[in-house]
Design a protein around this ligand. Structure first.
Ligand code: FE2
Length: 397
């Protein structure tokens, strides 16, 4: 296995990535839909100019590219932000008739595109079509003075898409700052922070009864494998419940937990999401860090808000027995509200932010893995209880 261009730029090693995101070796030759890794996570937001500033100021991301009216794009502004090996794009409508304005009216701030880097776009689209996927964009070359990329797109849950990006065409790797049409751009904010190194997983919330359909979509269309399965009581509280299954690409760089609401006494957090996002969509982006304590301290100092964890979570003797020794005293986790979970492979530390925008929809997770390849199953209940307290404050429980 080799590192991607973005991972090399982030000074990551394969060994670090194995620990950070649970990368595994696999045989790409037998893959019907080879995926190298993430290409970019594209958000549509109400005000891209200010959102780009927020991600630089609060999250320490670095502005690297731009497209907008000044570059000939009269429809919208798009800011490309880099952090670790991840690329985020925030787009906002300039033209009131832009389709992005309609998208934002329906969904609020959210993820419109989980773009994946692939070695062969045409092979992927042929496979996707034969497996019954909706092809939103046929393969096409896009060229500028930096070279050529080949792109296509398929539909996934809700109004979310996977753009497939092939950055090496005819033996030459595209050398521009993002994609043709974008220009390099930096900002006067000169102190990028490294609060995370790589993207670990993106969770999709889908409608009641649709989870298995989407698991099957990723199996059938994209050759993803099933990683873990959590069902029913595993992740239920008195009020709220959900079911979740996880699919991953061959090398496990790309992992998609898929949630659907389960029947419970009151409205679950998934139902709340589906109501306010007006349908299925990306619920959270989990970013991998090597030092979650330092990351949380830096983000909090910049005003980023996290879900609170009750003291009772840390004082529970059952938790202390279950998790055993971790790299720092539990008091260090408790003072920051960081959750901990252990399974047969090791442990992980994690914490969740409050929703990023005005609607109770998309948010971030920070995750620090120490051998565990899980998703914090043991924390689901503690987390949900914390989310429900927030739901109650919003009057949505
Ligand atoms: Fe997660």
């Amino acid at each position: 296995m080799t590192l991607t261009t973005d991972e090399l730029r982030a000074d990551l090693t394969l060994e670090q990535l194995r620990q950070l995101v649970g990368l595994v070796e696999y045989d790409e030759a037998g893959d019907v839909f080879p995926v190298t890794g993430w290409d970019a996570i594209v958000f549509v937001v109400g005000n891209a100019t200010q959102t780009a500033h927020y991600y630089q100021a609060a999250w320490g991301m670095e502005l690297v590219a731009y497209s907008g009216p000044e570059t000939g794009n009269r429809d919208h502004k798009a800011f490309v932000l880099a952090s670790g090996s991840i690329r985020f794009v925030v787009m906002g409508a300039v033209d009131p008739d832009s389709p992005l304005a309609d998208h934002h009216r329906r969904h609020g701030d959210g993820v419109v595109d989980i773009a994946l880097e692939v070695p062969d776009v045409d092979r992927c689209i042929a496979q996707a079509r034969s497996a019954g996927a909706t092809v939103l964009l046929e393969p096409e070359d896009r060229t500028d003075e930096f070279g050529t990329v080949r792109v296509a797109a398929i539909a996934t849950y809700g109004e979310t898409r996977h753009t497939l990006v092939q950055r090496e065409v005819g033996g030459t790797t595209y050398a521009g700052p993002y994609l043709p049409g974008y220009v390099a751009r930096s900002s006067s904010m000169t102190r990028p922070l490294r609060v995370f190194a790589a993207l670990d997983h993106i969770v999709g919330n889908v409608e009641l009864g649709a989870m298995d359909e989407w698991v099957s979509f990723y199996n059938r269309v994209m050759g993803f494998v099933n990683m873990a399965e959590f069902i029913g009581d595993d992740i239920a509280t008195d009020y709220s419940a959900l079911m979740s299954k996880v699919v991953a690409n061959g090398n496990h760089r790309v992992k998609f937990p898929l949630n659907e609401p389960a029947i419970a006494a009151r409205k679950s957090q998934i139902d709340e999401y589906l109501e306010f996002y007006r349908g299925a969509g990306a619920q959270h982006l989990a970013v991998a860090t090597e030092d979650i304590l330092a990351s949380v301290d830096a983000l909090r100092a910049n005003g980023v808000e996290f879900l609170e964890t009750p003291d009772s979570y840390y004082d529970d003797p059952e938790l202390r027995r279950r998790i055993g020794e971790v790299r720092v005293p539990i008091e260090e986790l408790k003072s920051r509200g960081i959750l901990v979970d252990r399974d047969e492979d090791g442990y992980l530390l994690q914490i969740f932010t409050r929703p990023l925008g005005d609607r109770p929809t998309v948010f971030f997770e920070l995750i620090e893995r120490h051998g565990s390849l899980g998703f914090g199953k043991g924390n689901f209940k503690a987390l949900f209880e914390a989310i429900e307290r927030e739901q109650e404050k919003r009057g949505n429980l």
